[in-house]
Write a protein that binds this ligand. Structure first.
Ligand code: FES
Length: 159
């Protein structure tokens, strides 16, 4: 009597199912990961919240003005977030810069004497327009949306 003669069809079926499962499992897992990464919640761009930050007459005529503001997020457990932004007027153009360094997110500070935004973390520098002037930052400082209504300056902050 041969030891493997009776259970062969059942074993083949089991092995075939096992091989199919091993081949389809990675495809199913990578599909699930792709769905998580591309889900609307992650790719959805939030509309900025426009916040009045100062009066139009408080804007700099030329140069940089640092502004600290507290934003109520309305989120549970995290009610107020402090933002540092810079109002800049240069050669007649007015814009608002984020203080968040584009390298790893440290907050930059304006140096009047060097006429540069300086990042304290890894030595990144930006010129008055927010353009990278040195160090590791890969991109300019972000310009925030700004609107002036009834003498008030509103800045769009992502919360
Ligand atoms: S975080 Fe600003 S240079 Fe690295």
């Amino acid at each position: 009597m041969e030891p493997h003669s009776a259970p062969l069809p059942a074993r083949r079926t089991f092995l075939s199912a096992l091989v199919k499962m091993m081949l389809t499992l990675p495809v199913a897992l990578s599909g699930a990961v792709a769905l998580l990464i591309l889900s609307p919640k992650r790719t959805e761009k939030k509309e900025p919240l426009f916040i009045p930050v100062l009066g139009e007459d408080e804007l700099p005529k030329q140069g940089v003005k640092r502004i600290e503001l507290s934003v109520n997020t309305g989120k549970e457990g995290q009610h107020t977030v402090t933002h540092r932004i810079f109002a800049v007027r240069n050669k007649g153009k007015l814009f608002i810069l984020s203080s968040r360094c584009t390298h790893l997110g440290c907050l930059v500070e304006w140096s009047r004497s060097r006429k540069r935004f300086l990042c304290p973390c890894h030595g990144g520098t930006y010129d008055m327009e927010g353009i990278v002037a040195g160090g590791p930052p890969p991109r300019p400082l972000s310009r925030l949306p700004v609107a002036i209504r009834n003498g008030r300056v509103y800045v769009g902050i992502a919360v």
